[in-house]
Structure formats: structure tokens, C-alpha cells
Design a protein around this ligand. Structure first.
Ligand code: NAD
Length: 262
């Protein structure tokens, strides 16, 4: 691993939900591209495993246990990462949950709604709230917020709290992009399509449910976390220097389709 020539050489990055799925793949890729990576997750043991994998390959990483729904936890993690690396250039607010009993307007319990909002929407706000001053101290940087295709199109299988939380992430991302554009702070949303990660596979827990979801994907397959990590790398790096406020879809064509091929 050469930390001097990669697309993120010299950059310090902070990734939430980095112990699994998209976050884990992104942490590994960012480290390969020369970044120092703060691997942040509520599951500290799993985060430590990702850190061990990165350092064994010659990369730079630190593990931080934090719950993105708790402001003091997010503030402390950002402070620790900035202190350890001497700066922060990229904040990837990626941690999110999709609860099994998230349903329609009638069936969704208030507790499910509140927990989903606390993690998926308030968690991203806290990451921006404490991440933006850190990026400002570094002279600018990139924030990436993980939304979803459900922020753009309605899904027949209801998960109302999740969908509303991701719509909020997208709207907040656009506004922050506009507010901070002249400070050299870019803010973009990633809208992944359905992925073959633990989060979705435990929700689509039968082959029938999985096939029903794939009917809507022109490419006819689930995406891989590594394919989202590649998009996050673009948004984190200077390759996307004129890109801000976008809803970057990486979804196998899902949101472009009216009718998908057989
Ligand atoms: P995942 O379940 O594989 O990984 C999520 C990680 O986030 C886990 O390590 C988990 O411990 C961590 N996490 C959960 N709640 C946390 C909290 N409160 N504080 C800190 N860490 C927490 O999920 P994934 O599929 O990689 O999803 C990552 C993001 O992508 C989420 O925001 C999700 O909504 C979004 N997304 C996923 C899909 C998909 O199909 N998998 C599609 C669109 C968007």
C-alpha cells in the first residue's frame, strides 16, 4: 500500500458505519488510496478488525466506538480523529439502520420511527454539525452522506420511517452544499440501489422477497458494497472538485427505469 501516491494521499478521513457493508469497503479502499482512516462504528470490536486489516496491509487507520445518534459520542469521535491525524478532510456519514418492523403509515410504531430518524437523519446532522468546523479548520473538504434510492422513488414494499429519513438526508445535503460552497466544503449524497449487504439481505429474508426487489433493477442483480465505495472515493477525492449538492445514484439503473427488461 503506497500512502504517498494514491487518490487520497495526505487526506484524513472519517467514516461512520465502517465496521460492515459500504463503510467497511470504503475504509479499505480509502486506505489503499493513501488516506488515514478513522473507522467509526457502534460495534467497536468489528471496527477494530477493519483497522487491523488496514494496518496489516501497511495503511493508516484508527478505530473509534461511537453511536451516531448521540451528539456527545459523535463530537468526541470527530475530536479524537482530528487530534490523531492532525486534520480532517473527508467525513463520510454512512451509518444507517433499516428496522424489520418499519412499515406503512398505520403499522409503523412511533418508537421505530423515532429510532430510525435518530440514527439515519439526526446522526447525519451530528456528523455535519461537528464535521464541518473540522473541515473548515483544514481549509475545506468533502462531506458524503449516505441516502438511498428510496429518497428519489417510492417503494411498494413500505418502510416509511426509513424512506422519510433518507429523504431528509438528501434535502439536508443539498442545503448544506449551498451554504458551505464558498468555504471549499463540498457536500454530496450517495444514493445506493439495493445492495447485497447484511442490512438489506436480513430485511429481504426470503428468495421471493429478493426476486421481487430485483424486478425493478435493470441490471438484474444486487449491487456490491465495493461499487458504492468506488463512488465514495470519487466524491472524497479532488477528482470531484466541482461536484457539490448532488444525489449521486449508484443503483444499476433502478431510478432511470419505468419498465425493466425481462
Ligand atoms: P450494514 O448493516 O452492512 O452496515 C452498517 C454499519 O453501521 C454496521 O457496522 C453498524 O454497526 C453501523 N451502525 C448502525 N447503527 C449505528 C449507529 N447508531 N452508530 C454507529 N454505527 C452504527 O449496512 P450497509 O448496507 O453498509 O448500509 C450503509 C448505509 O447505506 C446505510 O445508511 C444504509 O441505509 C445505506 N443504504 C444501504 C442500501 C443497501 O441495499 N444495503 C441501499 C441504500 C442505502
Amino acid at each position: 500500500m503506497d500512502t504517498t501516491t494514491g487518490r487520497l494521499a495526505g487526506k484524513a478521513t472519517f467514516i461512520t458505519g465502517a465496521a460492515a457493508g459500504i463503510g467497511r469497503e470504503t475504509a479499505l479502499l480509502f486506505a489503499t488510496e493513501g488516506a488515514a482512516v478513522a473507522v467509526v462504528d457502534r460495534d467497536g470490536d468489528a471496527a477494530a478488525d477493519v483497522v487491523a486489516e488496514i494496518t496489516a496491509a501497511g495503511g493508516t487507520a484508527m478505530g473509534l466506538t461511537a453511536d451516531v445518534a448521540v451528539e456527545t459520542s459523535v463530537a468526541a469521535a470527530i475530536g479524537d480523529a482530528e487530534e490523531a491525524f492532525g486534520r480532517l478532510d473527508v467525513v463520510f456519514n454512512n451509518a444507517g439502520i433499516m428496522l424489520a418492523d418499519d412499515g406503512d403509515a398505520q403499522s409503523t410504531e412511533e418508537a421505530v420511527w423515532d429510532l430510525t430518524m435518530d440514527v439515519n437523519l439526526k446522526g447525519v446532522w451530528f456528523g455535519c454539525r461537528h464535521g464541518i468546523p473540522a473541515l473548515r479548520r483544514a481549509g475545506g473538504g468533502s462531506i458524503i452522506n449516505t441516502a438511498s434510492f428510496v429518497a428519489l422513488v417510492g417503494a411498494a414494499t413500505p418502510q416509511l420511517a426509513y424512506t422519510a429519513s433518507k429523504g431528509g438526508v438528501l434535502a439536508m445535503t443539498r442545503e448544506l452544499a449551498v451554504i458551505h460552497a464558498r468555504e471549499n466544503i463540498r457536500v454530496n449524497a450517495l444514493c445506493p440501489g439495493p445492495l447485497r449487504t447484511e442490512l438489506l439481505m436480513s430485511y429481504l429474508d426470503t428468495e421471493e422477497k429478493r426476486q421481487r426487489r430485483l424486478v425493478h433493477v435493470p441490471m438484474g442483480r444486487f449491487g456490491e458494497a465495493a461499487e458504492i465505495a468506488a463512488a465514495a472515493l470519487f466524491l472524497a477525492s479532488d477528482d470531484s472538485s466541482y461536484v457539490t449538492g448532488t444525489d449521486f445514484s449508484v443503483d444499476g439503473g433502478l431510478t432511470a427505469a419505468y419498465v425493466t427488461p425481462e
